[in-house]
Design a protein around this ligand. Structure first.
Ligand SMILES: [Zn+2]
Length: 178
């Protein structure tokens, strides 16, 4: 099985772009992140069988962290193997979040914060007029550790242009009663 990738599978395997993919990269139709993610998926696909059947629609990268957007129908298989994300993180040498392509902002945030549950999503305006998206997650400690929030914030901004704020229920409550 071969994954469907933003670049040719052959290019991804060899690490050398063909003339066509090279031109698409130069025109900005492909990003360096698309190329890196394609190479990682192609090289892992022999060993990680789920990756042999996926369609990667696009990838984005911020400070070494990646958001990979797959066909929505791939998401269940991608989530079924808990080691898959670690393998991708090792191959890409950074944090990796897996999301379905073309989903709403709310669904996108649920996917990057998985396995934490998203309780609410609100738009908040900062005193300087900047718009942020505030997500409230449950207060349990394991869910506070979903990832490295700084990296997640950068990755979400790069992938979707969302300025993310994450708070736990407890943090929200402590502000109400302060
Ligand atoms: Zn190519």
């Amino acid at each position: 099985m071969q994954p469907k990738l933003p670049i040719c599978y052959f290019d991804a395997r060899t690490g050398i772009l063909c003339g066509n993919c090279e031109a698409r990269l130069a025109r900005g139709e492909l990003t360096a992140a698309d190329v890196e993610a394609s190479k990682a998926i192609a090289s892992l696909s022999d060993r990680v069988t789920e990756l042999g059947r996926v369609t990667l629609r696009r990838a984005s990268e911020a400070k070494g962290s990646y958001v990979l957007e797959f066909e929505q129908s791939d998401m269940a298989a991608l989530r079924s193997n808990p080691l898959l994300r670690q393998e991708l993180e090792r191959a890409l040498k950074g944090k990796v979040w897996l999301v379905g392509a073309g989903v709403s902002d709310r669904k996108f945030l649920e996917e990057v914060l998985f396995p934490a549950k998203v309780l609410t999503v609100n738009t908040v305006w900062m005193p300087d007029g900047e718009k942020k998206t505030k997500v409230i997650v449950p207060a349990r400690r394991n869910e506070r550790r979903i990832g490295d929030f700084d990296k997640l914030r950068d990755a979400v901004k790069q992938a979707r242009g969302i300025e993310l704020l994450v708070e736990t229920e407890r943090e929200v409550a402590s502000k109400l009663y302060r």
